[in-house]
Design a protein around this ligand. Structure first.
Ligand code: ADP
Length: 196
């Protein structure tokens, strides 16, 4: 890096000479520095220093992560299923948020763990209350699309104090649920970024 900073643009051959190494020995190191964005290379010109700091590169990489790369499979229930059945689905599918759809498979609501817990506190008969009574409903659902940046979705999760967002596709009749982004997906992206 020091050599390129001082003498760039400089060919791989010349860098190797200064280090008393062969071009072949140096090749993997140059490849890593180029891939990481610290150096750039032009054919017949050589390597030059991009001047970008680690933080700058991290920000740039963050702006390249899209929802579609990290989304998981959504778990949906019909608006007429009972609160009891929704609780069973949440356990069986091992998720923290259920998306509620109408008979045309369009998004109408969201059910969180605490929504179901709240409904269970009273002495109501859970097998007879349909979930559409207790869900958070449209148009108050925060959603995202496959092509959205993951960082923007992470901001929405923080801002709205929620754990998950449905990934939707707009149709003529509403929104079709095609995926799910949760705090776990964001954590996974964060770890991948740190290990890159
Ligand atoms: P919990 O209620 O278990 O803490 P959340 O923080 O995700 O889980 O949910 C808080 C409230 O926000 C719940 O009433 C839930 O119905 C609602 N909610 C969850 N996700 C969304 C969303 N994507 N859009 C709108 N409301 C949501």
């Amino acid at each position: 890096m020091q050599i390129v900073k001082e003498s760039g643009p400089i060919t791989g051959e010349h860098i190797a000479e200064q280090l008393n190494l062969t071009r072949a020995t140096l090749r993997p190191d140059l490849a890593i520095l180029t891939m990481a964005g610290f150096l750039d290379a032009r054919p017949r010109v050589g390597y030059f220093y991009t001047g970008k700091s680690g933080t700058q590169l991290l920000t740039e990489n963050l702006q390249k992560i899209y929802v579609k790369e990290y989304q998981s499979i959504p778990v949906v229930v019909n608006e007429n299923v009972s609160v009891y059945d929704a609780i069973c689905t949440m356990f069986l599918e091992d998720v923290g948020t259920l998306f509620v759809v109408d008979k045309g498979s369009h998004l109408v609501g969201v059910l969180s763990r605490k929504d179901l817990l709240r409904a269970s506190i009273g002495k109501q008969e859970l097998t007879t209350i349909p979930v559409h009574i207790i869900m958070t409903r449209m148009p108050n659902i925060t959603m995202c699309e496959r092509e959205d940046l993951l960082i923007d979705v992470a901001k929405k999760l923080i801002e709205k104090q929620i754990d998950a967002l449905p990934v939707v596709k707009k149709t003529d009749h509403g929104f079709e649920v095609i995926g799910r982004i949760t705090k776990t997906n964001i954590t996974r992206a964060f770890v991948a970024l740190g290990e890159e």
